[in-house]
Design a protein around this ligand. Structure first.
Ligand code: G3P
Ligand code: MG
Length: 247
């Protein structure tokens, strides 16, 4: 199956124009013409996969404590910004399918929950997107999580996710059968870009929040950028047709 790879990806749902990792953010991204959204998925104390970035609740919600220690009954009552709730993964998946958005599902395990989180997210990703025209892309900073995803849902494409790309990334990409390389824009080197290009592996960089930065990084060979500034890139993203991933 072919997978469209849009140039601009709304970071943490709707970037900074809506509360991060919320359904309002995903709806806004779609409304502004974005074809792809990235969001982070972690498990609650009940093992429910939810959209949230931090291991703790303080920064993005009115709650306190660790997400993995918080039961659903408490978690779903919290305000995640502007009266938005913390979404279930199932709700975000349904919205992406409804809008035809490519979802970059970042498996974001709380420390010590790498296998468990990947197990749940990989199985549900396969189930939620079964038969969908636009398939999602799984990624994670945790190589253990990607290994679990490869074993449980090999048909769902995977992306390696790094801050700084290590020297052995290509070996890891082969082992995990990863089809994309995701890394921090400020650290990506021309050597890595050349290596990835030689292997036909698209490089996706986070987080690019200025037009000139996007222009120069695209010129250097980066395929896609994650952005918080949906307002800056809305016009271009609506018009762009996209690359294709996979065979
Ligand atoms: O997946 C790209 C980016 O979201 C990784 O960093 O910390 O925003 O999840 P973070
Ligand atoms: Mg993320």
């Amino acid at each position: 199956m072919k997978h469209p790879l849009p140039r601009w990806i709304a970071h943490r749902g709707g970037g900074s124009l809506a509360p991060e990792n919320t359904l309002a953010g995903i709806r806004l991204a779609a409304r502004l013409g974005f074809k792809a959204v990235e969001f982070d998925v972690m498990l609650s104390a009940d093992g429910t996969p939810v959209l949230i970035h931090d291991e703790t609740l303080e920064r993005t919600t009115g709650g306190a404590g660790r997400v993995c220690d918080t039961p659903d009954a408490t978690l779903f009552l919290l305000d995640a910004g502007n009266g938005e709730r913390i979404p279930r993964f199932s709700e975000a998946a349904a919205l992406c399918r409804e809008y035809g958005l490519l979802a970059n599902v970042e498996i974001k395990p709380a420390t010590g929950f790498e296998r468990e989180t990947a197990d749940v997210v990989a199985r549900l990703t396969a189930a939620f997107w079964e038969g969908a025209a636009v398939q999602p892309l799984l990624s994670s900073f945790s190589l253990e999580a990607l290994e679990v995803a490869r074993d449980l849902a090999p048909q769902i494409p995977r992306g390696l996710l790094y801050d700084q790309v290590p020297a052995d990334w290509l070996e890891t990409a082969h082992r995990l059968q990863a089809v994309t390389l995701h890394c921090a824009a400020e650290h990506v080197s021309d050597a890595v870009l050349a290596e990835a290009q030689g292997k036909g592996i698209p490089v996706l960089c986070y987080t690019v929040n200025a037009k000139n930065a996007a222009k120069s990084i695209f010129e250097r060979g980066v395929s896609s950028v994650f952005t918080d500034r949906l307002d800056l890139f809305a016009a271009e993203t609506s018009a762009y047709k996209g690359l294709h991933l996979g065979g």
